[in-house]
Design a protein around this ligand. Structure first.
Ligand code: KG4
Ligand code: ZN
Length: 338
């Protein structure tokens, strides 16, 4: 069993990340967050690509150094081809191409969403690999999907959002409440201190397995505006309860659909992935389905949920074993299907 070293590069949104895996085990996983967007209350694409330019070389150097290998030991370079912000994707893509040329090793293009799902196959004693077929609820700042995974590279999106992603619902709620970007983790934190039944928000009526979150966002905005008009201290006085009630609504929406997906497919191996899967209530609710419904659940290690390069490198590793390499003419794609 010879060691296979894969370098992964992720630059699809606002995190610059590089990771080195050896036979699917993480040797390093460096993530540089971009603070610059905080003061704008959201990701500014132009600033994101510039920050990637600044970070990419030091982040990759650090990943190789922490892995305690020489770059000549690498077998292949995996990079995020899409989906994501074009200017951001171009930085990682161009760098990956150049490095693969300089080292004369294969280049492997990776779909970011497949990366989120296949993060479950990173060799790590703290997480369990799901068996095929399984369902994965992929929830992030840009996506909300229920994916049916038949094998590593056969995935079918059986449900997805028709407007906003669930992460956006969290971030916009945070923004309305005056919390800094990205607000998801803060809403989660405060929600744990509040009463989830304090306020009621109507859930969208969506047929099938698709989601909609834009109506909820507007409902929250109107609810806050109306109450603040009557009581200027409404947010301060009810922050925990507002967060808990919003979180309760979101989690209910998500689980209504997963239950439906289980019924429809008969698959009871259920995984979560993506930045929002770091959410404490979603993790707790998923875990509880084991006893409640007899599902088997798969919750990724915290570091592999938000955007990171280890998840890109594991896809690279799996593709390397299949000799599924990419041409140097491969181009970054802002929109890319699973
Ligand atoms: O996967 P990710 O890092 O980036 C995208 O590909 O979008 O996801 C980022 C999203 C943000 O919307 C952030 O607010 C949300 O994940 N997030 C959370 C939590 N941690 C991160 N949302 C709710 N609860 C959390 N604990
Ligand atoms: Zn992501």
């Amino acid at each position: 069993n010879n060691p296979i070293y894969i370098l992964g590069i992720e630059s699809s949104c606002d995190d610059t990340s590089a990771a080195v895996l050896c036979n699917g085990k993480v040797l390093s996983n460096v993530v540089a967050n971009q603070e610059i967007h905080t003061k704008y209350g959201g990701v500014v694409p132009e600033l994101a690509s510039r920050a990637h330019q600044q970070n990419i070389v030091p982040v990759i150097q650090q990943a190789i150094q922490q892995a305690n290998i020489d770059k000549k030991d690498l077998h292949a370079i995996a990079f995020t081809r899409g989906p994501g912000l074009m200017g951001s994707l171009l930085v990682g893509t161009s760098f990956a191409k150049s490095l693969s040329m300089a080292l004369n090793i294969p280049l492997i293009a990776v779909n970011h969403m497949q990366g989120h799902v296949l993060a479950h196959f990173i060799d790590d004693e703290t997480q369990q690999k799901p068996p095929f077929p399984f369902l994965c609820l992929t929830i992030s700042g840009g996506h909300t999907q229920i994916v049916k995974i038949t094998n590593y590279f056969t995935m079918e999106v059986i449900g997805e959002t028709t407007d906003d992603a669930v992460g956006e619902a969290y971030d916009k709620t945070a923004k309305i409440l005056g919390l800094p970007y990205p607000g998801g983790p803060l809403v989660d934190k405060y929600a744990q201190l509040g009463n989830p039944k304090a306020f009621k928000f109507t859930k969208p009526k969506m047929d099938g397995l698709n989601f909609s979150f834009s109506g909820l966002k507007t409902a929250i905005l109107y609810f806050i505006q109306k109450n603040v008009k009557e009581n200027p201290n409404f947010i301060e006085e009810n922050l925990y309860d507002i967060c808990a009630s919003v979180q309760y609504t979101i989690v209910t929406i998500l689980f209504d659909k997963i239950k439906k997906a289980v019924k429809q497919t008969g698959i009871t191996h259920i995984a979560i992935a993506g930045g929002v899967s770091a959410n404490s209530e979603i993790r707790k609710t998923l875990k509880a389905t084991e006893e409640k419904y007899g599902w088997t659940t798969y919750i990724p290690k915290f570091q592999y949920t938000t955007d990171n390069a280890a998840m890109i490198a594991i896809v690279g590793h799996l593709k390397y074993l299949e000799k599924d390499f990419s041409e140097t003419t491969t181009v970054a794609t802002a929109r890319l299907k699973v």
